[in-house]
Write a protein that binds this ligand. Structure first.
Ligand code: MN
Length: 497
């Protein structure tokens, strides 16, 4: 791999005994294509079925069976390529990648080698307030293998072919990442894009997004070091840990005067270490050759154009629109678009507030991120299951906007709606949560506080920042319902400051 490091501006050096080291990361992500049936057969791709219940004669590699390409998988790969701003190759070729393993009944995997369906593209990531571009080298289609099960019986291994032949997109990045954080941001962004496109569920827990992580280290400015590939890392957290651990291992070897062997390694999250699996194969070990059972795949410009026309709005575009149309911060926009459902929730809440003549997108953004998301994260739940609907949140914020309730009371109201449901305006009415803007009532409370605290009155005259204490007392006396602005004004007038 060549070092095309567009992201190399942000140096994240690791300190070693002999000085700083730079870690270089490239990723090969396998994403399962969202499709009801497999890449070359009509068998179902359903997750969690009885072992060997979704296996066609093609998937079991019975003699004489021929693969038939699934048009939906092709469309999904093209959509993904377009979503990665990548070049779509109108002609691509399926090859056989030959290796022997019990869960691979054909004795080869149908993949794409020299002519993949998607060429170079890029993914934008935001890390520590900096936007970086990670280059995509290629995306190709290939079949998944079956699953070997070794832990069911002491004397036997079993093979489940349900996964055999399921379509995967292998998305290969350039070695553009310089830290575990950047690699994590890349995978998480890639996952967001795939979900927006609907081309993969990208659910790491179900194994339909897995990453092979290539790690090497070098002294800053030196040429690229020998890399090791850590296979099948299946969570964003583990990707970070695997990179940190592997970089440290390589640095220790090099600083002790050793050399890095190019090899395939496994990350053991329990032990927090990577260990050798096998020496790295070269492409020629696989005896790639074009699959004679499949014609080269030829697409037309019209076909690609039609798919492009129907692409949904993607996260980067949505983020730009949110910043421009709703005037929310770059940070908030980034958080909101990271999940399509969250972005939709925010927009629906804004629409409700707008219907009630409140233009408060920035307040809604903060409420969605801090209150709604905060609560959901604590419960390990997701935005789809939020007990407070976008319309209810929009109404709560509209009540603040109209001055009916204070921000403090709004938090209590939010708690009530969260646990009991109901219409926010009705709850405020019924439970007497309305903000007191009646100046006579506020004046009375202010007079009482002033009369009871002559010493504090002396202090605040010398030190006006003490006013906060008085505001707090009045708010407390009113049960949080006094209009804070009115409290401030009346206090200032009465204290003569
Ligand atoms: Mn692969």
């Amino acid at each position: 791999m060549q070092d095309t490091a567009t992201a190399s501006k942000a140096r994240n050096l690791i300190e070693g005994a002999t000085g700083p080291w730079e870690v270089i990361v490239g990723l090969e992500v396998h994403a399962q294509v969202a499709s009801a049936s497999k890449l070359f057969s009509g068998a179902s791709t359903e997750f969690g079925a009885e072992p060997n219940s979704h296996v066609s004669l093609v998937d079991a590699a019975m003699p004489g069976m021929l693969p038939v390409i699934n048009a939906e998988c092709i469309a999904q790969a093209v959509r993904t390529g377009l979503g990665l701003s990548a070049k779509i190759n109108l002609k691509s070729v399926f090859d056989r990648k030959n290796y022997f393993y019990p869960d691979l009944p054909q004795g080869y995997q149908i993949s794409q080698y020299k002519q993949p369906i998607v060429g170079e593209g890029e993914v934008e990531i935001d890390v520590d307030g900096e936007t970086l571009k990670v280059g995509i080298e290629r995306l190709h289609l290939e079949q998944d293998a079956g699953k070997s099960i070794h832990d069911q019986h002491p004397d036997y291994s079993y093979v489940d072919l349900n996964r055999s032949g399921v379509a995967l997109m292998e998305i290969v990045s350039r070695p553009d990442m310089r830290s575990s954080k950047q690699a994590q941001a890349y995978v998480s962004k890639l996952r967001t894009i795939l979900r927006y496109l609907g081309t993969s569920d990208a659910d790491m827990e179900k194994g339909n997004l897995r990453a092979d992580v290539n790690v090497s280290v070098r002294k800053p400015g030196a040429k690229l070091g020998t890399r090791c590939e850590i296979k099948n890392v299946n969570s964003i957290r583990f990707i970070g840990q695997a990179i940190e651990t592997e970089a440290r291992r390589q640095i220790d070897i090099l600083e002790a005067g050793g050399a890095i062997d190019q090899e395939t390694r496994l990350f053991d999250p329990g032990k927090g270490e990577t260990r050798s699996m096998r020496s790295k194969e070269e492409a020629h070990d696989y005896r790639y050759f074009p699959d004679p059972d499949l014609l080269p795949l030829e697409l037309t410009m019209e076909y690609v154009g039609e798919l492009e026309k129907n692409l949904p709005e993607l996260p980067d575009a949505k983020k730009r629109r949110f910043i421009k149309d709703y005037e929310i911060t770059d940070y908030n926009a980034g958080v909101l678009v990271s999940d399509k459902a969250l972005a939709e929730y925010f927009e629906a809440a804004c629409q409700e507030a707008e219907k009630q003549n409140t233009d408060a997108a920035d307040i809604i953004a903060n409420w969605v991120i801090n209150e709604v998301l905060g609560r959901l994260n604590k419960d390990g739940s997701s935005i789809e299951k939020s007990p407070v609907s976008p319309a209810q949140l929009g109404s709560i914020v509209a009540l603040i906007g109209r001055g009916t309730i204070s921000g403090k009371i709004a938090k209590d109201l939010f708690e009530i709606v969260w646990s009991e449901g109901g219409d926010p305006a009705e709850i405020v009415e019924k439970r007497g949560m309305k903000q007191v803007t009646d100046t006579a009532a506020i004046e009375k409370a202010v007079d009482e506080i002033i009369a009871a605290n002559p010493d504090k009155v002396e202090q605040v005259k010398a030190k006006p920042t003490m006013l906060g204490w008085f505001v707090g007392q009045v708010m407390k006396a009113s049960g949080g319902k006094a209009n804070p602005q009115a409290v401030n004004e009346i206090l200032k007038a009465k204290l003569g400051i």
